[in-house]
Design a protein around this ligand. Structure first.
Ligand code: ZN
Length: 164
């Protein structure tokens, strides 16, 4: 059963990716009819994702509008701006702004560390976190700051080379 589920997920993902490829091709055409076909491809990709409970990959998630589901092409129907903590994509068709934070390694929440350490005292098998004995450092960990400049450089580089 598990293997079947995996196969379904694989196929759904392939179809989502293919539909986004087609959506991009149609979105670059000037004809209004072909543009609406692009919208339809995005819609189908979303429906497949929902029907088979497969997430749309993150690199594709930023490529369509969350409001009107238009396929977004930066410089054409989308504006991309880099802020200090996040990227803003504005859909130029409906004006919807979408934000995506720069990905940073997340420090474990102090609460999870506390649960883990109290559970490990009574039953170590219950503890999925295996932080043991580091509760005092939770405060230190939460002060951890991501290297923002590097991430910004990376996204800038990707934006200039790949265009999204
Ligand atoms: Zn839109």
């Amino acid at each position: 059963m598990k293997r079947r589920r995996k196969r379904i997920e694989d196929i759904a993902l392939q179809r989502i990716e293919r539909l986004f490829e087609l959506a991009e091709v149609e979105a670059r055409k000037t004809d209004a009819k072909e543009r609406s076909r692009s919208d339809r491809y995005v819609q189908l990709a979303r429906e497949i994702g929902m029907r088979y409970r497969v997430r749309i990959p993150s690199h594709l998630k930023m490529r369509f509008c969350n409001s009107c589901y238009a396929f977004l092409i930066p410089g054409e129907n989308a504006r991309v701006r880099l802020r200090s903590d996040y990227i803003t994509t504005t859909c130029l068709r409906c004006g919807k702004q979408m934000r995506r934070p720069y990905k940073a390694p997340r420090a474990p929440s102090p609460r999870k560390i506390q649960i883990a350490s109290t559970e490990s005292q009574t039953n170590p098998k219950l503890n999925p976190f295996r932080v043991c004995g580091d509760v005092g450092r939770a405060h230190e960990i939460s002060k951890f700051k991501p290297q923002r400049s590097f991430l910004k450089e990376f996204f800038l580089f990707r934006f200039w080379t790949l265009g999204f």
